[in-house]
Design a protein around this ligand. Structure first.
Ligand code: AMP
Length: 282
């Protein structure tokens, strides 16, 4: 496994030699790796000749400074996990090499900025758009792998790739969960034992809502019940619980079984903000 720290290193030593002969799969991460990240890596290894993983906690996508400062950094542990997965290359850039100066450019993803994550995390998707564009330009992969866990991020990345004509195929990998249903997240390690138990309210609400929808119950009534359940949990602070089109992120007020739809949730549990989603397949 080769570790490199700058784009110049990658391009000089590896990219030009490999690009025409091998397919390159790329998995961008912020580290503190878990089985969800490893699923992306395994998907990349299956589908491409060489896998590059990046670990970079991107300061400009955090709209909450405490979330950034407390984001777990476990580089040694991450590198040994990546070694075990037989990853070919790891990109570990410094903040200074990625941002020699503060970017002047920003992205506006239109409607995607006005709902759910876009509405609750102003500037977040612009920061994601900038780092992903930089990483795509540095690594120049053929395919890049993203988790369904961050559903709205996938919609943003697909727009980015379409609008800027990146010659990269975006591959989506299903959400990896704990056995009780909690979606794996690097932020879960910041939950206390009590908060960890309470965090199950996200997955339980999604599963309950999905079952009720499929039984024919009305969406707005289901959402009402869920909102009340969150209000009754002192450790939880619900930001949104919405039924959406997973591509446009149009927010539905009723369920139409002929249309693609997903339920998305964001809630604080204590001081930790968690998100999750479930596709509805009737
Ligand atoms: P992060 O390190 O949180 O920025 O995540 C890096 C990538 O891993 C993103 O594409 C995420 O969507 C994906 N990811 C995070 N958690 C999971 C999970 N539980 N299952 C599958 N993919 C995930």
């Amino acid at each position: 496994m080769q570790v490199f720290h700058t784009g110049a290193e990658w391009q000089k030593n590896w990219l030009h030699a490999l690009q025409t002969k091998k397919s390159i799969g790329f998995v961008p991460t912020m580290g503190a790796l878990h089985e969800g990240h490893l699923d992306l890596i395994r998907a990349s290894k299956k589908s491409t000749d060489l896998t590059v993983v990046s670990i970079f906690v991107n300061p400009i996508q955090f709209n909450n400074s405490e979330d950034f400062e407390k984001y777990p950094v476990l580089t040694d542990q991450d590198l040994s996990l990546l070694e075990k997965e037989n990853v070919d290359f790891v990109f570990l850039p410094s903040v200074e090499s990625i941002y020699p100066q503060k970017p002047t450019l920003s992205f506006d993803f239109g409607k995607l900025e006005t709902v759910l994550e876009g509405a609750f995390r102003p500037g977040h998707f612009s920061g994601v758009g900038i780092i992903v564009s930089k990483l795509f330009n540095i690594i120049r992969p053929h395919q890049s792998f993203f988790g369904q866990k961050d559903l709205q991020q996938i919609a943003v990345i697909k727009r980015l790739v379409a609008d800027l004509s990146f010659p990269i195929e975006i591959m989506v990998v299903p959400t990896r969960r704990e056995t009780d249903g909690l979606a794996l997240s690097s932020r879960n390690m910041r939950l206390s034992q009590n908060e960890r138990e309470k965090a199950l309210i996200l997955f339980n609400s999604l599963s309950f809502a999905k079952n009720e929808l499929l039984k024919g119950e009305k969406w707005l009534e289901i959402r009402n019940q869920i909102t009340q359940a969150f209000e009754a949990e002192p450790l939880a602070k619900l930001e949104y619980f919405e039924l959406v089109d997973p591509e446009s992120f149009h927010v539905y007020s009723e369920f139409d079984p002929t249309k693609n739809s997903s339920i998305c949730v964001a809630s604080y549990i204590g001081n930790i903000r968690l998100i999750d989603n479930l596709p509805i397949i009737p």
